[in-house]
Design a protein around this ligand. Structure first.
Ligand SMILES: Nc1nc2c(c(=O)[nH]1)N[C@H]1C(S)=C(S)[C@@H](COP(=O)(O)OP(=O)(O)OC[C@H]3O[C@@H](n4cnc5c(=O)[nH]c(N)nc54)[C@H](O)[C@@H]3O)O[C@H]1N2
Ligand SMILES: Nc1nc2c(c(=O)[nH]1)N[C@H]1C(S)=C(S)[C@@H](COP(=O)(O)OP(=O)(O)OC[C@H]3O[C@@H](n4cnc5c(=O)[nH]c(N)nc54)[C@H](O)[C@@H]3O)O[C@H]1N2
Ligand SMILES: [Mo]
Length: 679
């Protein structure tokens, strides 16, 4: 390390909701973070960071960091005004308000959090302990991955798959519902290595992404049609006998039933649903059936539609039919979180025993707008941390209306004044990853990491853990042992079977796992086989979008365009939108359209358009950049509403309908119409 003598270098972990979970080197000088680098000696990070996280010094020392508790002094329907208050006053008032509700009916207190940090400490722990002790309502954490995660559990028995590093040895890689270069950059390195070694890369995505640009082929299917495509692929594998009968026999439960169903799905039947040609489907099946080792990088983009769960079940079976798992460079990767699960000590971190035999209501975070407006009994208090629901939740016009309820008491724990914080009664300042201790697992690789605090908390900011500890004390639980445990002790108990001293000394530790875990079966199901036909829910099938010409023809006449809203490359969900240098790259919220759809509406590149449906509308700048397929528009997310030209973002248009499995959000299952507006 050639840091100058007054520069300290600290081991960190990227806290963001991303499969890469990079190992960081944080450079500190005079109490300030001056540089954040990826560790060269961590295999998947390999010394490289994405543009966003390399701007961490700018985000951490941002002029608009929240540095003191704030109390609202304006009505919630007026422009937000706050005044600083002391921690003591804020916590005393919050404790009194929550305490009064808890005395009547604790499940009227609703926690709302997601993955602003994925850390085992700051992502939950003390907060969960307090909610369990109170008996507050529980949150069904479905906004991102629950359709796919449930589908993997119902197929493989857990969220397990290929190791990231062996993609470098694959000969065929299907990059399916994943814009890897934007949102899984450290996978792309391995895919690129395979490409240099002669592998063929095929991207399956309605949008011509920067990843699609770099693949040999791009199949721009209609959003939500992946299940039909997978069934037609199985049909072709059967017809040409590109099957591994030995693996099918030993490892797949329910193959005869699945075979029967897939035989009804000729490419001719699937083609019009997918928007692909019969030949494209046949060629994909040929590549997949005749190339070994063949790997699939499936990602969550394709499961944000009503049929997302069934589609993941079908795709997850493909590598089982061709026996791809026999090779360490064959198989599928959607998530590795099932490998880390047995190491996570949730009982110690979250203390579910504090809940006892109470079963408070479970509220689905993907329908928080409905819950805030219509839950019975009503939600009386909302405590938000690690999330920005006013921006990221579907149909967010309803979320905003819910947050404006005069009788709702809202506390937002944040680093910045987000759209959600604007609607709080109290805003409490949280530390960033540079300022607190944490321990991380990953859902894209299989290492565990530690994040050491690099600098002292800025201003009066505190770690989430400390805020919940102090809130617990203010609510009268200070004498109870669960409320006293410090972060060092939490970190030491967070992982079972991992040597904490080794983790601390090295910064990361790989989980001990076999290279090709399912080469001979041994799936984490009760009988060790994958379920093609599941004993409780039967066979997977194609489930069309909730909003599509096939299922809702009248709606499709009024709103004929399908809208997807995948992330803009330089934001992470709604994080980083307030970092000027990154917003400068993204410039403004755009709507990518196909030239024919734009021409039919008199729209040219750079024109302003009104995108609308029955739920709402948004003004966006049209981009005719060749990335949208006919019939589909791409409204890149997730901007803060207040940075949009009309104070809105794409989630004004999305709906709160849930996925077929897992009760997930279906952001990419959305019909809209677009019209020109004066500049
Ligand atoms: N730069 C950046 N990186 C991120 C994030 C970010 O916001 N920005 N978000 C992080 C988070 S929370 C997550 S969950 C992951 C998300 O990353 P992914 O799991 O890859 O999911 P998305 O980015 O939602 O979508 C990926 C691709 O799926 C495509 N897609 C949309 N609908 C369909 C469909 O019906 N079928 C198919 N086959 N493809 C479809 C989209 O056009 C997009 O290019 O990335 C993480 N990494
Ligand atoms: N239209 C559309 N909507 C989407 C998506 C999409 O693709 N399209 N993607 C969806 C997906 S995949 C996801 S995962 C969700 C994500 O939604 P969220 O989990 O809400 O993610 P972010 O928008 O990044 O907001 C996280 C917030 O946590 C804060 N934060 C970070 N660290 C800490 C901390 O240590 N303490 C506290 N108190 N706060 C912290 C950050 O400042 C940030 O404001 O959005 C979903 N919304
Ligand atoms: Mo996500």
């Amino acid at each position: 390390m050639n840091a100058s003598p007054d520069v300290r270098v600290v081991n960190g972990a990227c806290p963001h909701d991303c499969p890469d979970t990079c190992a960081l080197q944080v450079h500190v000088q005079a109490g300030k973070v001056i540089k954040v680098q990826g560790r060269a000696d961590h295999p998947s990070t390999h010394g490289a960071l994405c543009t966003k996280v390399s701007r961490y010094p700018e985000r951490t020392h941002h002029a608009e960091r929240l540095l003191s508790p704030l109390k609202r002094v304006s009505a919630k329907t007026e422009p937000p005004r706050f005044e600083p208050v002391s921690w003591e006053a804020a916590l005393a008032d919050i404790a009194a308000r929550l305490g009064a509700i808890a005395a009547r009916d604790p499940q009227r207190i609703q926690p709302y959090s997601y993955a602003g940090t994925m850390g085992l400490l700051q992502g939950g722990s003390m907060a969960d302990r307090l909610w369990n002790r109170l008996g507050a309502a529980r949150l069904d954490r479905t906004i991102c991955a629950s359709a796919g995660a449930t589908a993997l559990n119902l197929t493989y028995g857990s969220r397990v798959g290929m190791h990231l590093r062996f993609f470098a040895e694959s000969k065929l890689i299907l990059i399916w519902g994943s814009n890897s270069i934007a949102s899984n950059l450290h996978f792309w390195t391995y895919a690129n290595q395979a490409k240099r070694n002669g592998a063929k890369l095929i991207c399956i995505d309605p949008r011509r992404t920067e990843t699609a640009d770099k693949c040999h082929e791009h199949l721009a299917l209609r959003p939500g049609s992946d299940g039909a495509l997978a069934l037609a692929l199985i049909h072709e594998l059967i017809r040409h006998d590109w099957l591994d009968h030995d693996y099918l026999e030993r490892c797949v439960d329910g193959w005869p039933e699945l075979r029967e169903r897939a035989l009804q799905w000729s490419p001719e039947r699937a083609a019009p649903l997918t928007g692909l040609t019969v030949e494209q489907i046949q060629n994909l099946a040929r590549d997949y059936g005749t190339t070994a080792p063949a790997a699939i990088r499936l990602n969550y983009g394709m499961q944000r539609v009503r049929g997302g769960g069934n589609a993941v079940r079908l795709i997850a079976l493909l590598p089982c039919l061709i026996g791809a798992w026999k090779h360490r460079a064959g198989g599928l990767l959607l998530s590795t979180s099932g490998y880390a699960a047995p190491y996570k000590n949730n009982d110690a971190l979250e203390r579910p025993d504090l809940l006892g035999d109470r079963a408070p209501r479970l509220v689905n975070m993907s329908a928080i707008g409905d819950a805030l407006l219509r839950a019975d009994p009503p939600i009386e208090a909302l405590v938000v941390y690690n999330s920005n629901p006013a921006a990221v939740a579907p149909e967010n016009g309803q979320v905003v209306r819910g947050l404006q309820r005069p009788d709702l008491f809202t506390v937002v724990i944040e680093q910045f004044m987000t759209d959600t914080a604007d609607l709080a009664d109290y805003v409490l300042p949280a530390t960033t990853q540079m300022e607190h201790l944490d321990v991380h697992t990953s859902y894209g690789h299989t290492d565990v990491l530690i994040n050491e605090p690099a600098i002292a908390p800025l201003g009066q900011a505190k770690p989430n853990t400390q805020i919940f500890r102090e809130l617990a004390a203010a609510m009268g639980f200070g004498a109870e042992a669960w409320a006293q445990e410090d972060d060092e002790s939490l970190a030491r108990s967070a992982l079972r079977g991992i040597d904490f001293e080794q983790l601390r000394a090295n910064g990361f530790v790989p989980l001990p796992l076999p290279e090709a875990p399912f080469a001979a079966g041994g799936w984490p199901t009760p009988h060790g086989k994958v379920w093609a036909d599941h004993p409780e829910i039967g066979l997977p099938d194609f489930v069309p979008n909730l909003e599509s010409a096939e299922t809702a023809p009248a709606l499709a006449t009024r709103y004929p365009l399908a809208m997807i809203s995948p992330p803009a490359r330089n934001f992470l969900n709604s994080s980083f939108v307030n970092v000027q240098s990154l917003r400068d790259i993204e410039r403004e919220p755009v709507l990518e359209m196909h030239a024919s759809d734009a021409a039919a509406r008199g729209l040219s590149d750079g024109a302003w358009a009104r995108v609308f449906n029955a739920r709402g509308e948004q003004r966006l700048r049209v981009a005719l950049n060749g990335r949208a397929r006919p019939g589909v528009v791409n409204g890149l997310g997730v901007w803060w509403r207040k940075f949009g030209v009309d104070g809105k973002n794409v989630n004004e248009l999305t709906h709160q309908g849930l996925t077929d499995l897992g009760g997930g959000a279906s952001f990419y299952d959305c019909l809209v119409e677009v019209e020109a507006v004066p500049a």
